[in-house]
Design a protein around this ligand. Structure first.
Ligand code: BTN
Length: 325
């Protein structure tokens, strides 16, 4: 573990209390001077750290900046977040993860970007990713599932992201099928899962997550203005992106593993958070239009719709849903 990660971890464990440099040094098996040098480096990065001649140091404030060290300092996961990279700017974090996966990166790698120049959403749409205002990241997964069950990953991710947002920001975030995170009738985040498949095997799943954290109204241009929102707009105050990032990764770690072992438990959680189930809906699938009652998720994560004709339709992700009043 990096010294800066270990020091930040000690500050977070101390929860606002003082920690002494010599105690930290003993704990980290480092000379006290190495600890004080690292604390000075953290201050240069924008951390507000109070020092006291007897009590030591305490953390008073953190910069609004994603760093791998800080996210790792708050994580207690083994798989997701085993490696974290943060870029100032990328085209799409999904592409960076794919590239790194091809060069041998392991499952659990997470790539964040402070901004994306070519962020993409489902169905070929562009995804606006303004600098420093959101969480734009992708996770490399190698799920031992057949491609037909890949929707389980997206379902688990939407539960994880929604739960983490609810816990950290205390808002009534919910899921709109297939994988929009919403508040009221406005979209707050989305998930784009891209697969690389060979024969009947998933070689890799790249889970891309976008959350509008501190976006302002004027970050949502044109069509987005009426349908998008951010956690800042909903709560009236800027949210701590690092804390949210860490909580989302912890929840992803939990729900991903649950999706592999007990998908029914994930589907139950999803049903509690989803606004689509139990409603009359209209799904457009290219030229096709399916109308009916959204009944349940099946064991692969597909939505079961009882059509007005009485027939059951099984719909996998990637489709657009309009809820009928
Ligand atoms: C959606 O259409 O709702 C899915 C949006 C997914 C956006 C995220 S941002 C990080 C990752 N990189 C991308 O290019 N897209 C995903």
């Amino acid at each position: 573990m990096q010294t800066s990660t270990a020091i930040l971890e000690a500050f977070y464990q101390a929860a606002g209390q003082f920690v002494r440099a010599d105690d930290l040094g003993r704990q980290l098996k480092l000379p006290t001077t190495a600890v004080t040098t690292e604390i000075a480096e953290l201050e240069k990065l924008g951390y507000t750290i109070e020092s006291h001649p007897h009590f030591g140091y305490r953390l008073l404030g953190i910069p609004d900046r994603l760093t791998a060290d800080d996210i790792k300092a708050r994580l207690k996961t083994k798989l997701i977040g085993s490696e974290i990279l943060v870029f100032e700017e990328t085209a799409s974090t999904n592409d960076v993860v794919e590239h790194l996966a091809k060069s041998g990166a392991g499952e659990g790698l997470v790539v964040f970007a402070e901004s994306q120049t070519r962020g993409r959403g489902r169905r070929g749409r562009a995804w606006a990713s303004p600098r420093g205002k959101g969480l734009w990241f992708s996770v490399l997964l190698r799920p031992p599932l057949p491609p037909s069950a890949a929707s389980r990953i997206t379902v688990a991710a939407s539960v994880a992201v929604t739960r983490a947002i609810r816990e950290v920001c205390r808002v009534d975030a919910r899921i709109k099928w297939p994988n929009d995170v919403i508040i009221g009738d406005k979209k707050l985040g989305g998930i784009l899962t891209e697969l690389r498949v060979e024969a009947d095997e998933i070689l890799m799943a790249i889970l891309g997550v976008g959350i509008d954290v501190n976006c302002e109204q004027d970050d949502f241009l044109n069509d987005l203005a009426q349908v998008a929102t951010s956690l800042k707009l909903e709560t009236g105050s800027a949210q701590d992106r690092v804390a949210l990032a860490a909580r989302v990764l912890m929840a992803l770690n939990e729900y991903y593993q649950l999706a592999l072992t007990d998908f029914e438990a994930v589907a139950d959680e999803w049903a509690k958070l989803c606004t689509t189930l139990g409603r009359q809906i209209v799904v457009t699938l290219g030229q096709r239009r399916i109308e009916g009652f959204a009944q349940a998720l099946d064991s692969d994560g597909a939505l079961l719709v009882r059509c007005d004709s009485g027939q059951m339709e099984r719909i996998l992700g990637g489709d657009l849903v309009v809820e009928r009043a």
